[in-house]
Design a binder for this molecule. Sequence first.
Ligand code: APR
Length: 247
Amino acid sequence: MQTTKRSVISEELRRRFARATRVLVLTGAGVLAESGVPTFRGGGNSDVWKGMPLDVISSARMLQSNLPAVWEWFDQKREFLENLKPNAAHRAFAEWEQCFGDFTLVTQNVDGLHQKAGSRDVVELHGSVWRARCITCHSRFEIFSNQRRAQECKACGDALRPDVVLFGEVLPPGVFERAAKQAEKCELCFAVGTSAQVYPAASLPEIAKAAGAYVCEINPEETPFSDLCDEVLTGKAGEVLPLFSQR
Ligand code: APR
């Protein structure tokens, strides 16, 4: 099938959207852009903390050598994210969760903005800055914005680390598998605000497509995945997504 690139939703997609019960959405840094955060490949990757580039401060190696420094980086990141507001894209997905019988929201983002917008079940492939995890027993603890974060594990007393997938680490067991299972059975799949370059996340729309889903990308720019999609909606997530609830 030929990819349709457009800035308006096709009648075909509207029909499928109206009838679908099994829908999967994959989001990336692009959905955060309209909340005021640069995407990774749009400048965020060049973040530097105390002279260290992102892939150094936020890495498995740094975790081994200097856990307090890693926490310091994530603490300031949380402080920054805490003041951000969800945008129209986040709100649209929170609504979609209520509309479809089997809706799966998978994100590569670690900021918690989907939940802040009202999404209750979010598959966080790369973890969350709003959780800590024990380095020994792997117990997870929520971090509340108005409270001091725990310093040690309440279960075994060992050190806690941010529950985020760092550079040089693999995804936590089970998370991708859950997303892949949903991708295999969805009828409609949206890839929104992701450059589709980082695997295994980028394989989810591919899995959906191979299993027969209608796949739509929403992005102001082309990605390596665009040509594989049934439909590409060229535009900003916060502008395109609200159009699904309008005629
Ligand atoms: N709406 C939709 N998409 C947008 C918008 C917007 N308003 N603004 C930018 N984009 C698109 C860009 O065109 C780009 O394709 O969002 C995409 C962002 O791509 P990346 O910065 O590569 O972010 P992402 O795909 O989420 O990166 C994946 O890479 O470094 C890792 O772990 C990190 O989770 C991250 C992963």
